[in-house]
Design a protein around this ligand. Structure first.
Ligand SMILES: CCCCCCCC/C=C\CCCCCCCC(=O)N[C@@H](COP(=O)(O)O)[C@H](O)/C=C/CCCCCCCCCCCCC
Length: 216
């Protein structure tokens, strides 16, 4: 079962391995592993400077909501994203059309992280295929504009855009990932990305099936 949010040293390979371990044999997405993957990424983001703290705060609060669900009386219903969706819908625990009684539903919270996972997938793919002089700020902004930005107000988009400009260059970025030389980073990303895409697609299909992609 999940525990509370805490600090630990970052290693990208380990974090991506956690995401890779999200899927069960039946292709269901395990909430504990999904949340643990985000916790690792947040640690990495925290090391990039305080300008990212408004993003980090939001991510941590969503992670904590999911940890609370897992640690609550109905934690067993939240083992996978699939069981969570069924449980919350069957018990009318989701605000489907406008915000109301369930601002912390698991379905809504995972949807926010799910959208961010698409950003991550796009960003990592850009990093993987980038050249030595590629700008991480541009890769990050392009990935954001293609995904999360569609769901954010202009104020958040502007703040995110400013934060992206402070991202270090590709080589420093690769160093902080703590994976090894650039060729190893590229190989590791090539290995991890298909699994991240699969987790994303399975969640996307589930949310499409239950018409949950626009939860307020
Ligand atoms: C090579 C290393 C891998 C990259 C490491 C990436 C580290 C990223 C860690 C965390 C990503 C943050 C996830 C953000 C979740 C945002 C969820 C969201 O959309 N929240 C908004 C809507 O929530 P509600 O109001 O409806 O509850 C909320 O309004 C957003 C607030 C904060 C701004 C979010 C900006 C997201 C930008 C994501 C890019 C992160 C850039 C990291 C740079 C590497």
């Amino acid at each position: 079962m999940a525990d509370s949010v805490e600090e630990k040293k970052f290693c990208l390979t380990e974090v991506l391995d956690v995401f890779k371990s999200c899927l069960t044999e039946n292709k269901e997405v395990l909430v504990d592993q999904y949340v643990a993957g985000w916790r690792g990424l947040v640690k990495f983001m925290n090391s990039l400077g305080s300008i990212f703290s408004f993003i980090s705060k939001d991510a941590v609060s969503k992670i904590q909501i999911m940890i609370n669900h897992r640690n609550g009386n109905n934690g067993a219903e939240y083992v996978t994203i699939q069981s969570m969706v069924k449980y919350e819908l069957d018990n009318k625990l989701v605000d489907l059309t406008k915000s109301g009684n369930f601002p912390e539903s698991g379905c809504r919270t995972i949807l926010r992280l799910h959208r961010a996972l698409r950003w991550l997938e796009l960003f990592l793919e850009r990093l993987r295929t980038s050249t030595e002089d590629g700008k991480t700020s541009v890769m990050c902004a392009d990935a954001y504009n293609e995904s999360l930005a569609h769901h954010h107000s202009w104020l958040i988009r502007a703040a995110a855009g400013m934060a992206f400009c402070t991202l270090p260059g590709r080589s420093t970025f690769f160093e902080v990932m703590n994976v090894g030389p650039p060729e190893q980073v590229v190989a590791m990303l090539g290995d991890a990305l298909p699994l991240i895409s699969e987790v994303y697609q399975i969640t996307e299909d589930l949310y499409t099936e239950y018409n949950l992609l626009n939860l307020p």
